[in-house]
Design a protein around this ligand. Structure first.
Ligand code: ADP
Length: 751
């Protein structure tokens, strides 16, 4: 399985920047976190150790100071004056006596005892039953007095729990209750309660032991917690080393002391410590009264250094990442940029611009890659040029081939002979129009292949020969066959194949029908020629008797005078003689082999002669003749008599085609290339429908016996063909007929 780059769509430069950024962030983030965690742990341990030591030191100092206060209380309780007066006060019978004793005792307490200890704020004398016998300054309430008396009754000086301030703005209080013993028998006679100023006690103890935190080490909260959990919070300003002294007014005013209610589920005894996210604390017991001293420190302030460490690591990581990204300029310049150039050049080549190259200015791997790319692009460019040249040559060759093929197709199509190319299986694959009849035969299966052995025979009958045309293995042969009423000669040729595959066949069919018809006509002509010669001899032999008949008939007509009946008979004889003469003349013309006398002949002159010559006949028939010749003379080379004969025949036919009411004949001549064209048009009845194909045949006539010989058109065509032209029927119908005579024009015209 191939591993695909998950960021394959991101450009390399961003990937590199991302990689550097990730490496830096990972290194400094994870490393920084680990380092700061271990530093944090070490710092926490150190802080807790120090706090434990501190709480122990505080507890020891406070304990020592309290011990001193307790012993001073006991000193006061052993004072004889106090003890005597206390006993007397309880035994006094009169108020005046009691008054006196109280005044003496109060003054003694105020003057001789209270000033001795700064920490003491008041002194009270309690009776055995807990009554307040006397208070130096302010009497405690009865409940407090009873509790203190009860504490003192256990035999030794005892410290009270925290007592709340008596008035708004007053101080939280603590008292030491000490039993008063009789001077004589040592029995307990009451209690001495010494009221201690908490601020002076705490600050005095700390100052005396030179305990105090430098403010630079952070805020320290000191808590003195009694056995019932009531807490006296000491403001950090009082615990600082350079804070107010125990006898200052600030301390005496009770500043920074705050009595808090018991805390729920908080262990306060012993040297232990705990940390939460905000607070470090350690506590230690005050031995004298079973209280505990707790030292709290805010975590944020203490851990600032470590927290800074982590963020400093991150900061350094960020700076390094940014620096690394900036340093990417170099890999970008020397690695990514050449790669981008390569990519852009590759795109240009893909788009067809094979001239695309990259700059190579180094010899490292990138440089080698660039050089290889350039070499590849050059090779592609050269190969593409060669390919384009080959393609152009191919296109040229293809065009030539197509032209050749078109030429070949045109040649094949224009062939009068039919051509069919058969493939090796005898299937027609190419043919031309003239091959239609032969193809038809192939399709209807008339030319089924004969067995090969039969085709090998040298002599074959006609039918087998035809069938063997398709046998590609047998010798090519030729056959004559009848197809669709025509006679065709079919040649079969083997089609060689250069790649050695099976050869096909080429069949060429030639239509022999016309040639056979022509041959037949030739034979007919030859027969006619013989007949003509005979006719000429006969005509010649008949001419003399006819001349004699005609002469004697005319003499007879002269001699007959007025005999009308005989005159008519003589006329009949004369007309028939004329008809015979004309027939004989035409026969002689047709069979004439007189050598023609070739001279330049003007068509205009000939047509003029014809018009004049035939005027009597025209006028008798009521026919108009109009001749249209161009101004410039049109000359042909030929025998003038023969050429005139052509137009006489045509005009006579036209006159004869008119009805009794006459008509109009138009003869127009013009030059058409190498020929002179003369159209003879009439508005007669037209050639009869069934006679159109036969009118050029000799002796064909539709006229009555004696009127036509059937030699006019055939003689005229022969003469026209003799002079390089021809005669054809252009149009015919009930509205008229047009014949066209074509004669080769004389080349050099007279100046
Ligand atoms: P002939 O005139 O002696 O019959 P032709 O060879 O001159 O012999 O004419 C052959 C036939 O052609 C005529 O018999 C006639 O039927 C027809 N023909 C020739 N010219 C015309 C014409 N102008 N109009 C109608 N039919 C014509």
């Amino acid at each position: 399985m191939t591993l695909r780059d998950p960021l394959h769509w991101v450009p390399v430069r961003y990937k590199l920047a991302l990689m550097f950024l990730s490496v830096c962030m990972l290194a400094f983030g994870v490393g920084g976190t680990l380092v700061s965690r271990s530093a944090e742990g070490a710092l926490e341990g150190e802080i807790l150790r120090r706090m434990e030591f501190q709480s122990r030191a505080y507890a020891t100092a406070l304990d020592g100071h309290l011990k001193m206060l307790v012993s001073r209380s006991e000193d006061f309780a052993s004072d004889g004056f106090i003890r005597d007066h206390a006993a007397k006060l309880q035994a006094a019978v009169t108020d005046g006596e009691a008054q006196q004793l109280r005044a003496e005792l109060r003054r003694h307490l105020l003057v001789n005892k209270l000033p001795l200890v700064e920490d003491f704020t008041d002194l009270s004398i309690l009776a055995l039953d807990g009554r307040v016998l006397l208070a130096a300054r302010e009497a405690p309430d009865e409940r407090e007095a009873a509790e203190l008396s009860e504490a003192a009754s256990r035999g030794a000086a005892r410290c009270s729990e925290w007592l709340p301030a008596r008035a708004q703005g007053g101080l939280p209080r603590v008292a030491i209750a000490t039993p008063l013993l009789d001077r004589d028998d040592g029995t307990r006679i009451g209690s001495l309660v010494t009221w201690v100023h908490p601020g002076v006690w705490i600050v005095g103890a700390l100052r005396a032991n030179e305990l105090g935190e430098a403010s630079a080490e952070g805020q320290v909260d000191l808590l003195l917690i009694d056995r019932e959990g009531a807490r006296l919070a000491v403001h950090s300003s009082l615990t600082e080393g350079d804070g107010p002294s125990h006898d200052s007014d600030l301390v005496r005013s009770g500043f920074g002391l705050d009595l808090l209610p018991p805390e729920e589920a908080r262990e306060t005894s012993g040297a232990h410590g705990g940390t939460d996210r905000h607070l470090f604390s350690r506590s230690f017991e005050v031995a004298t009264n079973g209280w505990s001293v707790r030292v709290d420190r805010r975590a944020e302030s203490l851990m600032t250094a470590v927290a800074g460490l982590q963020s400093r690591f991150l900061g350094v990581g960020m700076i390094l990442a940014i620096g690394a990204s900036l340093l990417l300029f170099f890999p970008m310049r020397f690695l990514a940029r050449p790669l981008l150039q390569l990519a852009s050049a590759a795109r240009r080549i893909q788009g067809g611009d094979f001239s695309a190259r990259v700059e190579v200015d180094s010899t490292d791997e990138i440089g080698v890659l660039g050089e290889s790319f350039n070499a590849m692009a050059k090779a592609i460019e050269e190969r593409t040029e060669r390919l384009e040249e080959s393609a152009a040559e191919l296109r040229h060759g293809q065009r030539e081939l197509r032209a050749e093929r078109d030429r070949l197709n045109a040649v094949i199509a224009s062939m009068r002979d039919g051509l069919v190319v058969l493939d090796a299986s005898g299937k027609p694959v190419l043919w031309n129009r003239a091959a239609g009849p032969l193809l038809g035969q192939l399709e209807v299966g008339a030319l089924r292949m004969q067995s090969h052995h039969a085709c090998e025979r040298r002599k074959l009958d006609e039918d087998s020969c035809l069938r063997c045309l398709l046998d590609v293995r047998s010798e090519p042969r030729s056959c004559v066959m009848e197809i669709a009423g025509g006679v065709y000669e079919v040649h079969s040729t083997r089609l060689s194949q250069e790649d050695g595959g099976r050869a096909g066949r080429v069949l060429v069919s030639r239509d022999l029908t016309d040639r056979i018809a022509q041959d037949e006509r030739q034979i007919h002509q030859e027969r006619l020629a013989v007949l003509g010669e005979v006719a000429a001899v006969v005509a010649h032999e008949l001419n003399n008797p006819l001349a004699a008949i005609s002469m004697y008939n005319q003499m007879l007509a002269t001699d007959l005078g007025g005999d009308r009946e005989l005159s008519e008979s003589v006329d009949v004889i004369q007309r028939n003689v004329e008809t015979c003469k004309r027939t004989i003349r035409e026969l002689l013309d047709y069979a004439s082999d007189v050598t023609p006398e070739i001279t330049p002949v003007s068509i205009a002159d000939v047509l003029e002669d014809v018009s004049i010559f035939l005027r009597p006949l025209r006028e008798r028939s009521g026919v108009e003749l109009e001749t249209d010749c161009p101004q410039e003379p049109i000359l042909v080379s030929g025998d003038e008599t023969q050429i005139r004969q052509v137009f006489v025949n045509l005009v006579v036919n036209a006159i004869q085609a008119m009805g009794p009411s006459g008509g109009r004949i138009e003869v127009s001549a013009r030059r058409d290339g190498e020929h002179v064209v003369v159209d003879v048009s009439d508005d007669g009845a037209g050639v009869p429908q069934g006679a159109r194909d036969a009118i050029f045949r000799p002796f064909f006539t539709t006229k009555r016996r004696g009127e036509g010989t059937g030699l006019g058109l055939s003689t005229s065509r022969r003469i026209a063909e003799m002079y390089g032209g021809g005669l054809e029927l252009i149009s015919t119908g009930p509205t008229g007929t047009t014949f066209r005579v074509r004669l080769r024009a004389r080349q050099e015209q007279p100046a």
